[in-house]
Design a protein around this ligand. Structure first.
Ligand code: SD4
Length: 291
């Protein structure tokens, strides 16, 4: 069984483009990279790659990660500007022995050294959106960085049984320069083990990094829970705990694919995810909040 799953309706583009590669026998790593690159390139997805959402000073800073579920190699970048495809840089970093997680200027220099295409990622449309928000903040005195965001995450299982996961995002709109979310952080934003499965997250990074739910879910699957039971337990137990102990909970949405090709989602907001498997053509699902 092979298959892939991705977050939000934007993942449909990546799943439609990359699922034929799975059918042709290509690796899960290639499939994750191709799916996410297509989404990063598309200018009208406003929270990923080209055309992504600017930070508080009108600059576009992106976070991304890639993980190989066979050997646990991870590559990640955070707070990077003007790299055409953060996911390709993350994947290349995952092939290094050291220096696997790079930030800002250092990540940009690495990308250049490795021959990745530099590209101005801020678009006129994103600048307009930022100016409108600035005007709104001036009018209302309220800055709500949380409004407007979304991360693309893709988990894939190939015909050889290998799994990979990738994430890419411009993070929260109007975030403080230098702010990093959960998306490049292993365990919190993503995790994959080819013998168990892969999990990835989207929502309010500040809350999702309070517990490594992606890793925890895989431990529950290993302990015998189904992928849906494991994800439900890990996500909703923590959402409840956070409500109880902290009094506030941001958006939490997670996708999972296990090593047998079964998939699941758990969310506390309306959410969409795209799937394609050996048995199922690319399909977009709507998920309702359970907590
Ligand atoms: C972040 N988790 O930077 C990302 C944003 C996101 O749905 O996924 N929003 O906190």
């Amino acid at each position: 069984m092979y298959g892939m799953i991705g977050t939000w309706s934007m993942a449909t583009l990546g799943v439609e483009k990359a699922s034929p590669l799975l059918a042709q026998g290509q690796s899960s790593g290639d499939v994750v990279e191709e799916a996410i690159s297509a989404i990063e390139d598309y200018p009208y997805f406003k929270s990923v790659g080209y055309g992504g959402l600017p930070n508080a000073i009108g600059e576009l800073e992106m976070d991304s990660a890639f993980m190989n579920g066979d050997d646990f190699q991870i590559g990640a970048i955070a707070g990077v500007k003007d790299i055409a495809n953060p996911i390709r840089v993350s994947r290349r970093l995952s092939q290094e022995r050291v220096n696997n997680f790079l930030v800002a200027q250092g990540a940009q220099e690495y990308a250049k050294e490795q021959g990745f295409e530099p590209k101005t990622m801020l678009t006129a449309r994103a600048i307009r959106r930022w100016e409108e928000r600035q005007a709104e903040v001036a009018r209302t005195g309220r800055l709500t960085p949380y409004d407007g965001h979304d991360t693309v995450c893709v988990v894939a299982l190939d015909q050889q049984g290998s799994m990979a996961v990738g994430t890419s995002t411009s993070g929260l709109f109007m975030k403080h320069p230098g702010r990093v979310g959960d998306s490049p952080q292993a365990g919190n934003g993503f995790y994959v083990d080819s013998e168990i499965g892969g999990v990835a997250a989207t929502g309010l990074g500040e809350d999702m990094m309070k517990r490594p739910i992606c890793f925890e879910t895989l431990q529950l699957i290993r302990a015998g829970y189904s992928v849906q039971e494991a994800l439900d337990r890990a996500v909703y137990n923590f959402v409840d705990l956070l409500k109880e102990r902290n009094g506030q909970v941001g958006e939490f949405s997670y996708i999972a694919l296990d090593h047998t090709g079964h998939y699941a989602c758990a969310t506390n907001v309306d959410f969409q995810f795209a799937v394609a498997t050996e048995l199922e053509k690319p399909q977009l699902y709507l998920a309702q909040p359970q907590a």
